[in-house]
Write a protein that binds this ligand. Sequence first.
Ligand SMILES: Cc1cc2nc3c(=O)[nH]c(=O)nc-3n(C[C@H](O)[C@H](O)[C@H](O)COP(=O)(O)OP(=O)(O)OC[C@H]3O[C@@H](n4cnc5c(N)ncnc54)[C@H](O)[C@@H]3O)c2cc1C
Length: 238
Amino acid sequence: MAHDPSPNRTDLPADLPTALPSTLPVTDLTRHRRLREQGSVERADLDAILDAGFVCHLGVVVEGRPLVVPTVYGRDERQLYLHGSVAGRSLAGGTPVCVTVTHVDGLVLARSVFEHGVNYRSAMIHGVARRVTDPEEKLAGLHRLTEHAAPGQWSYARGPNRKELAATTLLALSLEEASVKIRTGAPDDGDGPDAELGLWAGTLPLTSFWGAPVPDPLLPPNTPVPGHIARRAGTRHG
Ligand SMILES: Cc1cc2nc3c(=O)[nH]c(=O)nc-3n(C[C@H](O)[C@H](O)[C@H](O)COP(=O)(O)OP(=O)(O)OC[C@H]3O[C@@H](n4cnc5c(N)ncnc54)[C@H](O)[C@@H]3O)c2cc1C
């Protein structure tokens, strides 16, 4: 999914550079300890994973218990945006969170059960999410988020009114402290003793595509499907 670079930035303190470093920082939190060979420190890989999806999992401790909430996101060059009801306990902001985005590209079917795995691209972002209160920044963040999930809808659909904005929480999470893991390719036991077993081994790819638009049954007949929606049918997701 293309990353929409508009609207104009309203979210950056003046003293920050506009772009984050092209290499992800290796910190106590982001250092890969297991399956290190699958780790990447390229910010371009992080960006590509974020742009290929629009649903993340937000992990946050609420009243002493971990809560992992699937939710929609958008982003700009520096921040991830998450939104929801003002009543949402996971969106309080101001506490450490961990957000993951995962794309499953296939099953890795090895000769031994032990070596089975998944081909995937995944990102993990650590930080303290900030509740966006500035009205202009909030609108810009919601625009990013909507356009990330459904490009073209922000200008097509009715925009949020004052009451709807007041009922919506927007969180901004810096993309500074993040990690990436990517697994591709064949099983790892092709050159081991189990290769002698004579079993089939390989990968079973998994790909998602957008389907044809299904009109709301309550639509007046012959209401045209907007081009930005019709064009997505048959295109790849993820
Ligand atoms: C679809 C899918 C299925 C998986 N299935 C399994 C499984 O069945 N068993 C298994 O052991 N592992 C699986 N993994 C890998 C798993 O996500 C972890 O990377 C791995 O288990 C190491 O976990 P750890 O807590 O020891 O990580 P550590 O290496 O201790 O984690 C340290 C830091 O590395 C980074 N990191 C760790 N994992 C990821 C990740 N996936 N993406 C981005 N950053 C990461 C984080 O910043 C984390 O704080 C799977 C991954 C995906 C995406």
